[in-house]
Design a protein around this ligand. Structure first.
Ligand code: ATP
Length: 199
């Protein structure tokens, strides 16, 4: 599984459509300060479902949309598509290639697509569970992140090992089941109260 390509339109400093092809191996992005190298990494995080504006170096989520220059109007929409090679089916889909797309409008409305089908953020997150690729996984290691991993809290390090060992999917499912149980208990209590009143 590897990142095959990335396409940006209207994302941060990229008002025109930009396509990047990645080979299986090392790719370096080189350029002067402020040319947009980190914006490309932000685009990868964003399309994988990043919700933290701080992580994306933006004040609010709409700030990822190209906000114009002296001679160019701001855009109303930003779009990022990412294609992952899935020949070995590490992602639980039959397709040899998986395309994920996220779009955001100035109104704040966000859309996600998986192989051209409209999906929810939850579906994108589930797709990457236990693959090491999720937005909070260790597939993106920025300056200082290695130090952070080495010195972070034991629980944070444990998260990384759990993801690598393939158990985080079950933890999330178990948390979801626990929440449902609490809701069911509350419903039962409510029904019992109503029954008592009726009697
Ligand atoms: P460095 O090497 O200094 O880390 P870099 O190549 O990583 O730089 P980025 O941080 O990716 O550069 O890009 C910064 C540029 O992106 C700034 O000029 C900033 O104004 C521009 N930028 C960020 N958000 C937007 C936006 N929404 N619209 C237009 N330009 C933006």
């Amino acid at each position: 599984m590897f990142l095959k390509s990335l396409e940006l339109y209207g994302f941060k400093s990229f008002p025109d459509k930009v396509s990047l092809e990645f080979a299986d191996g090392i790719t370096s992005l080189l350029g002067p300060n402020g040319c947009g190298k980190s914006n490309i990494v932000d685009a990868i995080k964003w399309v994988l479902g990043e919700q933290s504006t701080k992580t994306l170096r933006a004040g609010k989520m709409e700030d990822v949309i190209f906000n114009g220059t002296d001679n160019r109007k701001p855009l109303q929409v930003a779009e990022v598509s990412l294609v992952i090679s899935n020949e070995e089916h590490h992602l639980p889909l039959d397709d040899p290639e998986v395309e994920i797309k996220r779009r955001i409008f100035r109104t704040g409305e966000s859309e996600y697509y998986l192989n051209k089908n409209r999906v929810l953020l939850k579906n994108i997150r589930e797709l990457f569970f236990d693959t090491g690729v999720g937005k909070s996984a260790y597939s993106i290691l920025e300056q200082g992140k290695i130090d952070q991993i080495l010195s972070s809290k034991p629980e944070d390090r444990r998260f990384i090992f759990e993801e690598a060992a393939g158990i985080s999917r079950f933890k999330v499912q178990s948390q979801e089941a626990e929440r449902k149980l609490v809701r069911t208990d509350e419903n039962i209590l409510q029904v019992e109260t109503i029954l008592k009143e009726v009697k």
